[in-house]
Design a protein. Structure first.
Length: 368
């Protein structure tokens, strides 16, 4: 089966979680028996030592301008043939005669429009409408989002759950991990929050909780590892807050290793890859009890309502002071994370591709 994967997200200034997902698919789908080609409008930067299978550069127009043409005119046509065109985001290419599979990560732009730019809400809303009209199959990483799509009227047989996997770098020894952290200007003890810095991530609740934490543990800091995204997040210059921006994987490995605990304070997640990464590293985790996070974390982390800073400060202090509880969560986290693999995700994607070819959706049925 020949699958064309759109990798344009990797060209964005902030590739974010979708970029990590797209790169993981490019690495792992061939092992699932997929004859994979990739495409984007313009050259694609990739991490050193990696490559994208059979990359086609669509040329100009690039990115946003091309996406507008795709959404408004369903043109220009893709210059290759494939059995399936896979859109790993809501930038929806015109699939032509191929089956179209679309990954829906979340519906946060509908649930929390105030956390997005007006243009972002408009773009994603148009992309979702196109997907609902044309996609032969959908992929999502959580049952939470699957249920949201079914509630919108999408046939549940067309929605495939493919949870993300996690890939760890070779383990660092204690000295090297600490050296990488200190090179960033960070010293233990610290709370680690990984991900794009934007309003729906709940970071302002962590900032509000931090003074109470520091009254009990004066040298505790909050480390934010991730680029600035949409919208304004208050408190990034407050005492004890260290906003690192984008962090390379090698340094991120050290942060996970040395953190006292990790948090995922989001109000809305379609999956919650930083939660999975924290568990895989054995970093004790406190996460929101919202949207998809409880199904990812299960009993391997402490779950807290997202908009209650006092509850977050209490949970952080209690966990930071309880060595046995942190050790127990580290053990549970590693065991839980081991059940999420990119091999399993690749197999689930292959099932979605096969169904899309064999049981076409409304667009291709109407044309036959």
């Amino acid at each position: 089966m020949r699958v064309a994967l759109h990798v344009g997200q990797l060209r964005q200034t902030v590739p974010g979680g979708i970029g990590r997902y797209t790169m993981a698919l490019a690495r792992h789908l061939p092992a699932a028996g997929i004859d994979l080609l990739t495409f984007a409008a313009g050259p694609v930067p990739v991490p050193a030592g990696t490559s994208l299978p059979a990359l086609t550069d669509l040329g100009r127009p690039h990115d946003g301008a091309r996406y507008e043409l795709w959404h408004r005119l369903r043109a220009p046509r893709l210059p290759f043939s494939a059995d399936v065109v896979h859109a790993p985001s809501l930038a929806i290419p015109p699939a032509g005669d191929a089956a179209l599979v679309v990954t829906i990560h979340d519906l946060a732009f509908l649930d929390h429009p105030d956390a997005f730019t007006r243009r972002g809400v408009s773009f994603h809303t148009r992309g979702l409408a196109l997907a609902e009209r044309e996609a032969d199959a959908f992929v999502t990483a959580s049952d939470f989002v699957r249920r949201q799509l079914v509630a919108r009227g999408i046939d549940e047989s067309r929605v495939h759950i493919a949870p993300h996997g996690v890939t760890l770098s070779p383990s660092l020894d204690e000295r090297e991990a600490l050296a990488r952290v200190e090179a960033l200007g960070v010293r233990p003890p610290f709370i680690l929050q990984v991900g794009t810095v934007e309003p729906r991530k709940g970071i302002e609740n962590l900032v509000a909780a931090l003074p109470r934490v520091r009254r009990e543990i004066p040298d505790m800091t909050l480390v934010l590892a991730g680029p600035i995204g949409w919208g304004q997040v208050a408190g990034l210059r407050e005492a004890g807050v260290i906003a690192l921006g984008h962090v390379e994987d090698a340094a991120l490995e050290g942060l996970y290793r040395e953190a006292t605990l990790a948090t995922v304070a989001s109000r809305s997640e379609g999956f919650g890859l930083p939660a999975l990464e924290a568990m895989a590293h054995g970093t004790p985790l406190i996460a929101s009890d919202a949207t998809s996070l409880p199904e990812v974390v299960a009993d391997a982390g402490v779950l807290i309502p997202p908009d209650h800073p006092a509850a977050w400060s209490r949970a952080i202090v209690e966990l930071a002071r309880d060595d046995a509880a942190r050790a127990d969560l580290a053990r549970r986290g590693r065991a839980r994370a081991a059940t999420f693999t990119w091999d399993a995700s690749g197999a689930a994607h292959r099932s979605a591709f096969a169904q899309a070819v064999e049981r076409p959706g409304p667009r291709r049925r109407g044309r036959s």
